[in-house]
Design a protein around this ligand. Structure first.
Ligand code: ATP
Length: 295
């Protein structure tokens, strides 16, 4: 499977923040969820991919072509194949939905006016309404319609479902699923709404303080891993058992006991049948990996 996007050893240094050694790929046919706390480095990574900031080190390949240091003209050609949505609608305020479509037609060779009208109808965007009069959610939908109407191969969405109500988010996810129905496409999707990623992502990449903390198949979190709730004696027995090798036991103590992140809940249940274990969600997995203790 070829990679639509491959980031290798990316670095960007700001005063007080270091994006370090970031590696991330979007294979064709896959949706990659990009998660991390506020200020972790998601947007910085995305901006480097789009050539909006210059990395201090590392490489970015789009559709198999190296872009860092490539001529602007070539980067612009490659970006024709990308649909981008940031978390704010950045079109000029006075334009109407219809005139945004006309403006976009000047920017993208593959712009499909019929497809834009159809997305605008699906998203219930009145075509004569000005950008300044759209709600935040409507603005996001307009950005998504624009990102999709030039038939991109890769979608890069930075908090694109933020500001959408639950029904609109479901509608946006359906649109993304339809987008993925065609072979060879992919999505990089940063989001704090991990329930959206549980529904659509194939891989989850987590960044914290500028470093990638984990990069796994989503099913490894939601189907294979688990969270065990242990009493003190159970926790001590788990530590002494050698089931977890040094540095792989992630846990968090609370008034109710100790929550332990278990990479394989079936194997764990076979070894410790008396300990309660439940399915892990992306949020709990991330919280235990980032905030939990490790031993
Ligand atoms: N131009 C800049 N100059 C200095 N620091 C910057 C600049 N752009 C971003 N940063 C810093 O880089 C860090 C990462 O920011 P970034 O926007 O990538 O985080 P994020 O993971 O997208 O966060 P959020 O989830 O809040 O959107 C932050 O500390 C931010 O202040």
């Amino acid at each position: 499977m070829s990679d639509l996007l491959r980031i290798q050893n990316l670095e960007k240094h700001y005063d007080g923040f270091d994006l370090e050694d970031v590696n991330l790929s979007v294979p064709a046919g896959s949706v990659v969820g990009f998660i991390g706390s506020n200020g972790a480095g998601k947007t910085t990574t995305i901006k480097a991919v789009l050539g909006l900031i210059e990395p201090d080190a590392g490489t970015v390949s789009l559709f198999g072509e190296e872009t860092v240091g490539a001529p602007q003209k070539r980067l612009a050609e490659l970006k024709q194949r990308i649909g981008v949505v940031f978390d704010t609608c950045s079109f000029p305020e006075e334009l109407t939905v219809k005139t945004v479509g006309k403006l976009m037609a000047q920017c993208y060779e593959n712009w499909n006016p019929g497809s834009f009208r159809s997305f605008a109808r699906t998203f219930q965007l009145p075509e004569d309404k000005a950008v300044k009069d759209l709600s935040r959610g409507m603005g996001m939908k307009l950005s998504l319609a624009c990102a999709l109407a030039h038939d991109p191969d890769l979608l890069i969405l930075d908090e694109a479902t933020a500001g959408l109500d639950p029904m609109a988010r479901e509608e946006a996810l359906d649109t993304l699923r339809m987008f993925m129905n065609e072979d060879g496409r992919g999505i990089l999707m940063s989001s704090h709404i991990t329930s959206d990623l549980e529904k659509i992502a194939d891989y989850i990449v987590c960044i914290d303080e500028g470093n990638i903390v984990f990069s796994v198949e989503k099913d490894a979190i939601t189907d294979v891993a688990g969270v065990a709730q242990c009493r003190a004696a159970e926790f001590d027995a788990i530590v002494d058992s050698g089931f977890f090798t040094r540095g792989t036991l992630h846990f968090e103590r609370s008034a109710y006991g100790t929550a332990v992140l278990v990479p394989d809940r079936q194997a764990f249940a076979a070894r410790f049948p008396q300990v309660a274990i439940e399915r892990s969600e992306i949020d709990t997995y991330m919280s235990l990996m980032l905030k939990g203790e490790t031993r």
